[in-house]
Write a protein that binds this ligand. Structure first.
Ligand code: SAH
Length: 341
């Protein structure tokens, strides 16, 4: 519940407003039981426990990368579904990558999350619990959030927005919008809707190809919104919010990684101040697509930077623990449900 909803609920019970504030602060710290809310009278704790439950995620599996300390969590949801969260430790703070849906219906050709389709949306509370529970289990203070896990966040717009409001609240987790990134495969109407809210978060767009022909091979969403429409929406987003968009581009061998693709990308993005995040494709067993080799990645990046488009090659973290894009949930799905290793 949002603070004002909790306040209304408490008012209806004839309780003073500050009690709602106390409970909201406890929930924002991730307590699992009313009994832990030590500044509430015991009688109120009992009353609340009789009327309400605090649904939480339960840990199915935790993997820690030997190489770089990245941690991957597989969480069970109250209905038995599962989602993944990744914790990345950087010098500037800890970042969690959260899922926004169980599965995904966007169908990208290289992505493990979409293989079984979308099962359901995550609620705002479940997304919040991914952040809180991961921080508590890892013993790590979370300073940044990226919505780049399983699911298409803009396909779950209202719940994601509610989550952002909750996690941003200074009496809750208090994570500033400038510390949050949201990644989308490019749902144009939703990008416009988001722009109108003037949030200070960072929007990333998964482009993966500069032209319709190549993009349609990789991303079915391109049939609904072609690249011209998408570039135009990105432009409007920048004009309305003043926030630059960053573009994700996973390099797939022989598909979108040629010098001609790089030049076309530079032509489309040149002069917009956009940033391109180049990602070496993570191999997904079921997909049959291969990552580009190091040299091709470097050459691709150089064409962009020579043309004045800033490009960075994303560091690979957690590749020894299936940290990419729905791979752990897939692995779990191949096994009998709830076998943990
Ligand atoms: N649905 C959203 C966010 C989740 S995916 C989106 O499409 O942006 C987060 C990023 O990982 C996206 O850029 C996605 O295209 C990319 N991705 C998915 N599978 C990948 C893979 N096998 N290798 C590299 N990047 C991948």
């Amino acid at each position: 519940m949002l603070p004002e909803e909790l306040a209304a609920e408490f008012k209806a019970m004839g309780l003073p407003g500050y009690r709602a504030g106390q409970v909201f602060r406890w929930l924002g710290r991730g307590v699992r039981a009313f009994d832990e809310m030590s500044d509430l009278p015991a009688s109120l704790r009992r009353e609340l426990a009789g009327r309400y439950t605090i649904p939480t995620l339960t840990l199915l599996r935790r993997q820690v990368s030997k190489a770089d300390g990245t941690e991957k969590y597989l969480w069970a949801l109250p209905d038995g579904e599962s989602v993944e969260t990744v914790l990345m430790r950087y010098k500037h703070g800890n970042s969690v990558c959260i899922s926004s849906q169980v599965g995904c219906r966007m169908g990208c050709a290289f992505c493990a999350s979409t293989i079984g389709g979308k099962v359901r949306d995550l609620t705002a509370a479940e997304m919040l619990d991914e952040v809180l529970r991961t921080g508590l289990t890892a013993g790590a203070e979370i300073s940044n959030i990226v919505l780049m896990g399983i699911g298409e966040p803009l396909d779950n717009f209202d719940n994601v927005l509610r989550f952002l409001t909750l996690v941003n609240d200074p009496n809750g987790a208090g994570i500033g919008m400038r510390h949050i990134s949201l990644s989308t495969c490019g749902l144009v109407e939703a990008i416009d809707k988001l722009a109108a809210l003037h949030l200070q978060l960072t929007l990333s767009v998964s482009l993966h190809a500069p032209d319709d022909e190549t993009r349609s091979r990789l991303m079915p969403v391109n049939a609904a919104y072609g690249v011209d429409e998408l570039y135009a929406a990105c432009r409007r987003y920048f004009d309305v919010t003043g926030r630059r968009i960053s573009f994700e581009y996973a390099l797939v061998r022989g598909v979108n990684d040629t010098p001609a693709h790089a030049r076309e990308l530079a032509r489309r993005l040149g002069g917009t101040g956009s940033h391109v995040n180049l990602i070496r494709l993570n191999r997904v067993e079921e997909r049959g697509l291969e990552p580009s080799d190091e040299e091709t990645v470097r050459a691709f990046a150089k064409i962009l930077t020579d043309a004045g488009v800033t490009a960075t090659v994303r560091r690979r973290l957690g590749s020894d623990i299936d940290a990419a894009c729905g791979q752990l949930r897939r692995g779990q799905m191949r096994k009998p449900w709830n076998s943990l290793d």
